[in-house]
Write a protein that binds this ligand. Structure first.
Ligand SMILES: NC(=O)c1ccc[n+]([C@@H]2O[C@H](COP(=O)([O-])OP(=O)(O)OC[C@H]3O[C@@H](n4cnc5c(N)ncnc54)[C@H](O)[C@@H]3O)[C@@H](O)[C@H]2O)c1
Length: 342
């Protein structure tokens, strides 16, 4: 088995809690070294995982033979660290968002191409049971042609860490937006043709956006409607997936997708009254009763994607990437358009 000698950069929330343990647990990866400016975090990693540790990426790359650099440092460092890794002949697995700006993301993608290195982004929402289950449901075509996906994420948080500040590439558009816009474009399977966005800073203690409203119309005509609201006292619904003959919602309490749909063949063509008087002074379509059906998909029945297994396939076995870089570029372009509008 090919073993990928791996360095992990940044031992914070995602580096320490996800990337380092995943790398250590997968037989195809060997965690060799880590980078963090904080000495206690370096020491903690050295003790727990037997890795060498560095305060900076440059000396690590100069002194170690590394195949893969996993970047989980704050977003402003992603570009310079990825470029350095490529120069040293390493591939890069980078946490989202790829960079704070489209220009930096493009520089990273160009450098990877020029130097023949691989670059993929960690977009965990694509791999989770919600999106995997939703893909399975959509493939069954119960709700007819899709016309809109509404996605919501809300809370009330007076955010006070680096991700609350614009100078660090913070804000909810970059942070949760890079998850949920990616998720929506991935489900749509079609790039944006029109994007409208409004950003507000309401409850955050920083200056970056914590209320994000995005409407995307895809090339295929699908509407993607995203609400990220960190200043909402009541929750907004997480999902509403709308097709011509039904819709799908996430039942947060039962952890299940609920589908409500009908068979259009059972309704026939329908009766139209086109004169200017409503029959029997009634509202709605009095000729028609829709026989709704229900289908439930418990999330416990859905198998999530094993991300590091897909990473191994991509970086070690030359399999297609789980997240193609063109899709990351589409996401970064969308984020840039949203920022430019706000
Ligand atoms: N995919 C996800 O679900 C997910 C979740 C959380 C964070 N992230 C992303 O991961 C990245 C890190 O976020 P976080 O929440 O773990 O941040 P964090 O603040 O919890 O941790 C950042 C860590 O990086 C270290 N650091 C600071 N400067 C560094 C440098 N120059 N080189 C190396 N390490 C440095 C810090 O000391 C800290 O240990 C961000 O890009 C963020 O958007 C992704």
């Amino acid at each position: 088995m090919k073993i990928l000698r791996t360095a992990i950069v940044g031992l914070g929330r995602i580096g320490w809690q996800f990337h380092l343990p995943e790398v250590a647990a997968h037989p195809g990866f060997e965690p060799v070294a880590v980078v963090d400016p904080l000495p206690d975090r370096r020491e903690e990693a050295a003790v727990a995982y037997g890795v060498r540790s560095y305060a900076d990426l440059a000396p690590l790359l100069a002194g170690e033979a590394i195949d893969l650099v996993v970047i989980a440092s704050p977003t402003p460092f992603h570009a310079e660290q990825a470029l350095l890794a490529f120069e040293h002949g390493c591939d890069v697995f980078c946490d989202k968002p790829l960079a704070p700006t489209l220009a930096e993301a493009e520089r990273m993608i160009e450098a990877a191409e020029k130097q023949g290195r691989k670059l993929m982004v960690y977009q965990p929402h694509r791999a989770g049971v919600e999106v995997v289950g939703l893909h399975q449901l959509l493939a069954r075509n119960l709700i007819g042609p899709l016309y809109m996906i509404k996605r919501g994420r809300s809370d009330y948080i007076r955010r006070n860490d680096w991700q609350a500040f614009r100078k660090y590439g913070g804000g909810m558009l970059n942070n949760y937006g890079s998850h949920h816009i990616d998720e929506l474009l991935h489900l749509a399977g079609s790039p944006p043709r029109k994007i409208t966005c409004a950003l507000r800073t309401v409850a955050s203690l920083g200056d970056a956006d914590d209320v994000v409203k995005v409407l995307i119309e895809t090339e295929s005509g699908l509407l993607l409607d995203l609400d990220i609201n960190m200043a909402a006292a009541h929750p907004v619904p997480a999902w509403h997936v709308l097709g011509a003959y039904g819709s799908i919602v996430l039942d947060a309490q039962d952890h299940a997708w609920r589908v409500r749909y009908y068979d259009p063949a059972a309704l026939g063509a329908g009766v139209v009254h086109d004169e200017l008087v409503a029959p029997e002074r009634r509202y709605g379509n009095i000729d028609e009763t829709i026989s709704w059906q229900e289908f439930v998909l418990p999330l416990s029945e859905v198998e999530p994607v094993d991300y590091y297994e897909r990473c191994y396939g991509f970086y070690a076995l030359d399999e297609p990437p789980f997240v193609p870089i063109e899709e990351t570029l589409a996401l970064m372009r969308t984020l840039a358009t949203c920022r430019a509008q706000s």
